[in-house]
Design a protein around this ligand. Sequence first.
Ligand code: DX5
Ligand code: ZN
Length: 218
Amino acid sequence: MIIVAPSFLASDFLHLADEVDMVNNSAAEWLHLDVMDGRFVPNISFGIPVVEFIRKATSKVCDVHLMIEEPEKFVAAFHKAGADVISVHIEACRNLHRNIQQIKDLGIKAGVAVNPHTPIASLEDIIADVDLVNLMSVNPGFGGQKFIAHTLHKIAQLKQLIAERNPSCLIEIDGGVTLDNAPQIVAAGANVLVAGSSVFNAKNPQQAIDHLKTACEK
Ligand code: DX5
Ligand code: ZN
């Protein structure tokens, strides 16, 4: 089963309640919430209070992607705000193993996110401890960028590492996912598709989610 996770970075913040309702009524299983600090990435998005209000308006899985430095300072607050999954960046963590344990100790799913330049080999000693790998298919910081094709090779490498060390670990692909490239991404081994612009900028976002799911089932 493919999980679709619409990324609210591309949503209309003035009408957030309607956007959450749209996802609630859709076939998407997860909501992807991109938190940026203007330090780890060259952009600032939204933070804890927004996650908290979205959480109250949905029973879908809240997947929080922390693109922030020193995430360990904020993990407890995002958990309290209602995150079901928290991913931290390998490039932002000096003590990644400790940070992953910190998330797991809260009783929620822990993910590690990796930038396009970070090799899959750098996950070898953490893969057994995580529930999910967010494989970035664009450089983090902005929605609406083009999918980096090399990610397809990385998915295949990651799939092999996961088969060897942690078969239940999910592969999430984040950035530039469209109806056109989704079948290829899923064929390579992805389990979770994050989609921002291709969902929220569509004429009919709910239908775009349905199409993403059905395109992958073919
Ligand atoms: C990028 C974010 C993504 C982004 C995806 O830094 O992590 O989740 O919102 O947006 P699209 O689907 O527009 O590339
Ligand atoms: Zn993201």
